[in-house]
Design a protein around this ligand. Structure first.
Ligand code: SF4
Ligand code: SF4
Length: 334
């Protein structure tokens, strides 16, 4: 790959990440304005509620998935949560854990923080390998707890009872207030994670995010993988040195690890032409640099579009429902 296309790979990813971040911020502001209308006692909302806000409810989405699997129906209260969840699973199935490095706002912010840390501290640090392995297990353990508790532990009836509760109805409002009315404990936890992320690349994503753990496991069978042509490789190890997931790219011919986020940093840093590439298993010739980003963004847009067209995007809750439920929000528990 030549220098021009290497820079393009990085530039395209940065552009996609920040466009998505802007979209998320827009959703947050719009949802805040919607809730503000309710809280002010307005007879009609200033703006309509953006269903995309349900992307912040992955645990509820997992419960919704269980309901869909046992009943064959999509629960109507927060259908976009399930649509977004399934879309991101599909992205991982086809295009590695690309959600993490191309779209996830937490991933984008984590990158900003570790790059800032590198500037301020002169470098990022690496945790001892044995401890790194141990810590990486935490996110899989958290994932296992969620999967066992929701997919195995909850019966279809229990799942329906939960999805019909006022608690699930206002879970989006609770999520908004998590950010806008942050408790002291939350602030301390976020500050600690931010400081750790200054020192260690992608601390949250690497060790603690159960969502990323799930996407990583699904991504193992993705046809797209980083492939290395050993015949042209000089063994300079720049790929491994720059990989945010600390993968030993220089010694593999194919990266199947669940830790690979498809960020293309290794590709962008390989000085040799056509040695490293993100390619599907069935495609032998090098692909243009825009193909993988197009697949990632295309799957996301197609998934959301399918949800909208099939009528599984807008919530069944009305403005009047929010007016009735929001005053109770603080007292609601499932
Ligand atoms: S192997 Fe390459 S694409 Fe995968 S995480 Fe590492 S740098 Fe990113
Ligand atoms: S950066 Fe490229 S040439 Fe260097 S070790 Fe990695 S694949 Fe080989």
């Amino acid at each position: 790959m030549n220098i021009f296309s290497l820079k393009s790979a990085t530039a395209i990813r940065t552009a996609v990440q920040w466009c998505f971040m802007l979209w998320i911020v827009g959703i947050g502001i719009r949802f805040g304005a919607f809730i503000n209308s309710v809280e002010r006692g307005a007879h009609a909302p200033l703006v309509s509620r953006p269903p995309g806000v349900e992307g912040f409810l992955p645990i509820g989405a997992l419960t919704s998935l269980k309901y869909w699997l046992v009943s064959g129906e999509i629960h109507p209260v927060h259908p976009a949560a399930l649509v977004i969840f399934l879309t991101i699973l599909l992205m991982s199935l086809l295009a590695k854990k690309s959600f993490c490095s191309w779209l996830c706002p937490v991933g984008t912010l984590s990158e900003v923080v570790y790059k800032l840390g590198r500037k301020v501290l002169g470098r990022n640090f690496r945790i001892w390998l044995w401890l790194d392995l141990l810590l990486r297990g935490i996110k899989y353990l958290l994932l296992l707890l969620f999967l066992v508790f929701i997919l195995i532990g909850m019966s279809g009836e229990k799942v329906l009872r939960f999805l019909d509760t006022p608690y699930w109805a206002v879970s989006d409002v609770k999520m908004l207030h998590f950010f806008t009315r942050m408790s002291g404990t939350t602030m301390v936890v976020l500050a600690t994670l931010t400081i750790l992320s200054l020192f260690y690349k992608m601390f949250w994503c690497r060790y603690l995010c159960p969502y990323g753990a799930l996407l990583g496991l699904v991504s193992i069978i993705s046809p797209f993988k980083i492939r290395r042509d050993a015949s042209g490789c000089t063994g300079c190890r720049r790929c491994s040195a720059t990989c945010p997931s600390r993968l030993e790219v220089h010694s593999c011919t194919e990266i199947s690890s669940p830790e690979c986020t498809g960020c293309l940093t290794c590709v962008a840093n390989c000085p040799e032409r056509k040695v490293l590439a993100m390619q599907p298993v069935f495609w032998k010739r090098p692909l243009p640099v825009w193909v993988f980003p197009s697949v990632v963004v295309g799957i996301f847009m197609a998934g959301i579009g399918a949800g909208m067209v099939s009528g599984h995007w807008q919530s069944s809750l009305s403005y009047a429902d929010y007016q009735r439920l929001i005053p109770l929000e603080r007292t609601l528990s499932h």
